[in-house]
Design a protein around this ligand. Structure first.
Ligand code: PGA
Length: 262
């Protein structure tokens, strides 16, 4: 296995929260605290917020992403948003989040089609994978993660640096306050790293692997100390300015490249 060298990333998944006005205010406060961070920081607000947030973040270092997109460029798909519409407004798109898989009924096949469509339009994809509690209890965690990775990534045209991020999010840890232990998170993230090597070849060493599921300022540092965790996908705590900034600081102190010593 080649030495891994991904850029650390902390992304805030706002889910279906905040009005546009509240979102703009939140983004401004986060920008004030986090512009110039030594790790990548990204906001994933609801669709109506993307245009005003692109404006509010212009000229800074925070990245902006959407929480979803559809698999076609245009057409009779009422209520959907295409990657062609997002390109030029935001940098990234989150796909395969467990709430989309389990509440909105998205199949592995649909996630794979969305990923290809997003790539056609130059959006970096944050692909979320992870098992339910029942699957973990059955001992099927690694098999489920493999299925999510293979169905989305097998047969892809060459992936280049900065085109893909993986987020490991055990469903039982999302929004429940039950974070995976650092050992549990590390075990699965290390497995993901070796599967990516196999599926993507050399570029795999540049693909960040995030953990998500009840990340807070209290547990972030211990998670970021694990060798195969390159950052976090944060839900609830990403809506609180101080908490999100504290999580980014924990990532900086554990993962950011050290300044050269004199
Ligand atoms: P949580 O959500 O941090 O509120 O658990 C994480 C996510 O679903 O991305």
């Amino acid at each position: 296995m080649t030495l891994r060298r991904p850029t650390p990333l902390v992304a805030g998944n706002w889910k279906m929260n905040t009005t546009v006005a509240e979102g703009v205010e939140l983004a401004r406060s986060l920008r004030a605290g986090l512009d110039g961070s030594r790790v990548e920081v990204e906001l994933l607000p609801p669709f109506p917020h993307l245009v005003p947030l692109a404006e509010a973040l212009r000229g800074g270092t925070l990245r902006l992403g959407a929480q979803n997109c559809y698999a076609e460029d245009r057409g009779a798909f009422t209520g959907e948003v295409s990657p062609a519409m997002l390109a030029g407004i935001c940098d990234d798109v989150l796909l395969g989040h467990s709430e989309r898989r389990h509440i909105l009924g998205e199949s592995d096949e649909l996630v794979a089609r969305k990923l290809r469509a997003a790539r056609r339009h130059g959006l970096r994809v944050i692909l979320a994978v992870g098992e339910t509690e029942a699957e973990r209890l059955e001992g099927a965690t690694l098999a489920v993660v493999d299925r999510h990775l293979r169905s989305a990534l097998e047969g892809l045209e060459e992936v280049r640096e900065q085109e893909l991020v993986i987020a490991y999010e055990p469903v039982w840890a999302i929004g429940t306050g039950r974070t995976a232990t650092p050992e549990q998170a590390e075990e699965v993230c290390a497995h993901i790293a070796s599967r990516l090597d196999e599926l993507l070849g050399e570029v795999a060493s540049t693909v960040p692997i995030l953990y998500g599921g009840s990340v807070t300022p209290d547990n972030a540092a211990e998670l970021f100390r694990q060798p195969h965790l390159d950052g976090a996908l944060v839900g609830g705590a990403s809506l609180e300015v101080e908490a999100f900034i504290a999580i980014v600081r924990a990532c900086e102190s554990q993962r950011a490249p050290r300044a050269p010593s004199r």
